[in-house]
Design a protein around this ligand. Structure first.
Ligand SMILES: C[S@@+](CC[C@H](N)C(=O)[O-])C[C@H]1O[C@@H](n2cnc3c(N)ncnc32)[C@H](O)[C@@H]1O
Length: 279
């Protein structure tokens, strides 16, 4: 039988997201390459994908985040690609042949474990290395304790794709106590507390007594609530930029967090320009 090869398809909003990533990575490498004290500036792609998704509209292959990082005019000193699915890992392996002069390490598995056990221990503050991590999950796969570990090493900045739509799909508009236990647990691991209903719900009086009801938040306001959580562990966080689909439904928010003021300033400029001009 003739099986169609597996591939990932992405919408135009993802292409925009990748353009923002490219702009920040180009600026990051340029600044770090000038620092004499710096012993390495590394790229971490915690949800790497295949490296070559296809666009839904134009049906053409585009560079995914790993390729964008590899193709920059100035290279990173090391590339860490983490991916959980086997067939995508096989695709990623091909990048090693194509970019044989680059220092690429591919980690099959769950990024929460890989970051904690394999990548972050190589980036302690005293190493004089720095890294930028692109965190681009489908949904709530990234655990808050991983986020805290990233913040604690103080050498790693993040560009986060906050999965607005995926969370909205998983949690109920009313009565969060009726959400299945497994989903509640996933949300608690993602949000970093079992009390996430405090951030997301208000109490409303009904004929049958008080009920918890989702706060009226726009997609951006929802992103801001998570930004406030990130501000508790990172010194600098940008405001989230909301990405919507062709029906203007909120999909996700892109935001930056890190400990370096210059990084935050550059990210802020890139994101604000995008909000103003769409480029
Ligand atoms: C939105 S896609 C990433 C797209 C990629 N950044 C790009 O630009 O092409 C999310 C990817 O994360 C992978 N993934 C999901 N959960 C994961 C986990 N816990 N650890 C590592 N990878 C995971 C999925 O298999 C998928 O390839």
């Amino acid at each position: 039988m003739n099986h169609k090869p597996k591939e990932d398809t992405i919408g135009s909003w993802s292409v925009q997201k990748l353009k923002l990533l490219e702009k920040y990575l180009a600026a990051y490498v340029k600044v770090l390459a000038r620092q004499d004290w710096c012993r390495g500036y590394e790229y971490i792609d915690a949800f790497a994908g295949t490296g070559k998704p296809k666009t839904k509209d134009e049906e053409k292959y585009v560079d995914g985040s790993p390729r964008i990082a590899l193709d920059l005019g100035m290279p990173f000193t090391k590339y860490h690609f983490v991916e959980q699915s086997d067939w995508r890992v096989k695709e990623l392996e091909k990048l090693k042949l194509e970019f044989e002069d680059r220092n690429i390490e591919i980690y099959p598995g769950d990024c929460n474990e890989v970051l904690r056990e394999k990548i972050l221990p190589g980036l302690p503050y005293g190493s004089n290395k720095r890294a930028i991590a692109f965190l681009d999950p489908f949904g709530m796969e990234l655990q808050w304790k991983t986020m805290k570990d990233i913040a604690n090493v103080e050498t790693v900045e993040i560009i986060l794709n906050f999965p607005t739509m995926a969370i909205n799909r998983e949690i109920l508009r009313r009565n969060p106590e009726k959400i299945p236990e497994s989903k509640k647990q996933k949300m608690s691991q993602f949000w970093g507390t079992e009390n996430w209903t405090v951030d997301l719900y208000d109490e409303e009086q009904t004929l049958f007594g008080p009920e918890l009801v989702r706060k009226k938040q726009t997609g951006k306001e929802f992103g801001l609530v998570f930004k406030n959580r990130l501000s508790q562990i990172f010194k600098h966080c940008t405001s989230p930029v909301l990405m919507t689909n062709s029906n203007s439904a909120p999909l996700y928010c892109i935001m930056f967090a890190g400990h370096n003021a210059t990084g935050a300033k550059i990210a802020d400029q890139i994101l604000k320009k995008y909000e103003k001009t769409g480029t």
